[in-house]
Design a protein around this ligand. Structure first.
Ligand SMILES: *Cc1c(COP(=O)(O)O)cnc(C)c1O
Length: 363
């Protein structure tokens, strides 16, 4: 709030003022990307990625079906066909072993989603992209402060995106960032974000007037949003540590239920440094999830499930194509329950969630 007032005193409330620059610099230093550009959302960062890659009608992009709609929509907006590929049983991330079989002459990009802040198998995916001359766009909406082999998520692929939506770890209400790893795409990204003009270069004194250069739109957030975000980024380490502590407590408390075969806890491969974004459990197949969710609700515990697989949704059936059966996507998505998880959730609250869950599962 103090920063928002400062933004107002700076007499710069539109985009790309002092706070936006600080946020850009923070993301660039933290992730090692060539350029970070704040956007209105992760959705609009993905829209920018599809524009930047010149995705056209008839192109194909490989995406998981187990994800939020924006992962696919950004490319559908450009006329491309999302090709849905199944997920891995351990991380619920796009299965790198199935990607090559889904590649056709029309494939242009692979879009890994780092579910729950746990990285995809990025070395394999980058190698596949290299062999087939494809671009990699990371949907790192849930991946800020998380890593893969100690590289920051969002800055491994050609392009990446963060979300600062209020449901994520680091927030500004609505908000996001595009991460550009490839230095050659930086200038075009800046132009597209500023309505297709070279206004950025003009303000840096590199050109003496700014004009229409390319396709684009208004993708930049105002300074109030950036000021709010800056306050969050300053606390990012502490927020992440707190969430990791909450995550570890759930993990410990639920170990007995896993041993009894009533649920499966999240699996984090050794190469992945996650960020405690989410704690979910996969109920044993024979358990009725709706009954469990109802039971939790009756006890005042707000647990939810997601996602309805895109390949089975009306939009996904209309615009996309399923590659294979997607059996794991279908079965795992029906067993998943997200437990309450927020900054400040206390140990006793967590103990109660686990107690109620235990009683419901043993019924
Ligand atoms: C939250 C989320 C998005 C969308 O982020 P917004 O900032 O709300 O646009 C996209 N993809 C995934 C995987 C998400 O979790």
């Amino acid at each position: 709030m103090v920063y928002a007032a400062e933004a107002q005193r700076n007499h710069h409330l539109s985009g790309d003022g002092a706070f936006t620059k600080r946020c850009h610099q923070w993301i660039e230093e933290r992730t090692g990307c060539a350029r970070a550009l704040l956007t209105h959302s992760c959705t609009s960062a993905l829209d920018m990625a599809a524009l930047l890659l010149d995705i056209k009608s008839g192109d194909e992009v490989i995406v998981p079906s187990y994800t939020f709609v924006s992962t696919a929509n950004a490319f559908v907006l450009r006329g491309a066909v999302p090709v849905f590929v199944d997920i891995r049983e351990d991380t619920l991330n796009l299965d790198e072993k199935l990607i090559e079989d889904a590649i056709t002459t029309r494939t242009r990009a692979i879009v890994p989603v780092h579910y729950a802040g746990v990285s995809c198998e990025m070395d394999s995916m980058m190698a596949i992209a290299g062999r087939h001359d494809l671009k990699v766009v990371e949907d790192a909406a849930q991946g800020i402060m998380a890593g893969y082999k100690n590289r920051a998520l969002g800055a491994i692929g050609d392009l990446g995106s963060f979300s600062f939506h209020e449901t994520k770890n680091i927030i500004s209400g609505e908000g996001g960032s595009l991460l550009v790893r490839d230095a050659e795409l930086v200038q075009r990204a800046e132009i597209m974000r500023e309505k297709g003009t070279d206004r950025g270069r003009f303000f840096r004194g590199e050109v003496d007037k700014y004009t229409w250069q390319d396709v684009g739109s208004s993708f930049l957030p105002n300074e109030i949003t950036a000021a709010f975000l800056w306050a969050q980024l300053e606390e990012a380490q502490q927020i992440t540590s707190e969430r990791m502590a909450i995550w570890r407590r759930y993990h410990q408390m639920l170990e007995p239920l896993e041993r009894q075969g009533l649920l499966r806890r999240p699996i984090v491969p050794a190469d992945c440094q996650h960020n405690g974004h989410m704690y979910y459990v996969l109920l044993a197949p024979e358990i009725d999830r709706q009954q469990v969710l109802n039971g939790l609700k009756q006890n005042g515990i707000g647990a939810v499930f997601h996602y309805v697989p895109l390949h089975s949704s009306p939009g996904g059936r209309r615009y996309g194509r399923a590659h294979g059966e997607l059996a794991l996507t279908t079965s795992l998505s029906q067993r998943l329950v997200r437990l309450p998880m927020w900054f400040g959730l206390s140990e006793s609250q967590q103990a109660r969630v686990c107690e109620v869950l235990t009683a419901l599962l043993k019924k």
